[in-house]
Design a protein around this ligand. Sequence first.
Ligand code: NAD
Length: 367
Amino acid sequence: MTNNFRVFATCDIGDALNILRTRGYQLEVYPEPTAPPKALVLEKVRSGIDGLITTLRDQIDAEVFEAGKGTLKVVAQLAVGFDNINRADANRYNVPFTHTADVLTEATAEFAFFMFGSLARKMWPAEHLTRENKWGFWHPYLPFLGDEVTGKAIAIIGTGRIGLAMIKKCSGFDMNILCYDPAYQNLVYVTAIQDTMDLRHARGIQKEKTWIKYVSIDEALSQADFVSVHVPLIREGESATPTFHLFNERTLRMMKRTAFLVNTSRGPVIDENALAKALKENWIAGAALDVYEKEPLSEDSPLRDSAIEDRCRLFPHFASAAKITRLSPDPDKGMAGRCVQGLIDVLEKNYGGDIKKMPYVVNKEAF
Ligand code: NAD
């Protein structure tokens, strides 16, 4: 098949781009590892490209859609989160945009789980002890002990795709599970997990009975030993349940002093100054972050304070950063494959050209 579509990718997303080349697309890829300046994106869009491949580093708003008026047919984002794309602007200009939901769900959930393990079992200070040759003797409790994850209670904040996958992983560790989601409650899934927990107990696979239930945010935060955040970034006015600074001084103070917080969602969901204070003043036991209010994390961030170093794990927006998840050209396995397929669906008018039927388009309401 030969197509003359022109596409600009703001980033190299690997072999999946060959699918477009093979189909005859005129593809230009921004060659640097950093994001292109907005002026360059505007220039490319103004030059009449049909499709734009983006990452969460690109700000896609009215300026971009205006530049592509009459020519830009699709924006294909390599991520499930799309808070960098102004949905209202896309709708006003009638441009569909796609995302890569589902294919990164398990990878992100497992990373969140490993973050809890690393944080609670003090893997980072323990390795430092060994590497720095400060491990002088084996002792029952010196120089420190970690907290078990198995058998504890976890609060899942946001029970969408990744939250549900996290629930599945936590149930395998015999955890009790508190769910909070004001907009979507999957009672069928939660009942199936409870049935599985009961069966595991009945068949002697787990010693203690465990439970899962939906609760209020107050209950979730005040009862949990671990709190895992899986919400989209929703700013004030964008929905009835915004998530901007959902974790602030008030909500952090609701958590147990022995509890741990993990955020793999989006940075601005947590007020970082409040979190640094909470860690410094021991309102909570520890936190592990994969995402930040400003990325990359600034050099003078209070989260880098050496006083909280042992209780604050910092990762570089890495939760979906696994080989198959990021790069597989198979749209059922990789973000790159799904991103390319989303673009093709729109440009080549798959599904009879009905955008509402295209599985990876986000803003279906505009069509
Ligand atoms: P999803 O849309 O399936 O689930 C999000 C859930 O959050 C929904 O059920 C929604 O009802 C709920 N929610 C909305 N407002 C809420 C609130 N105020 N309180 C509690 N819950 C609320 O999305 P998903 O696929 O599970 O992904 C979640 C987010 O994770 C993405 O939007 C993205 O920002 C982030 N993410 C990060 C990485 C990473 O590499 N760190 C990877 C993948 C996704």
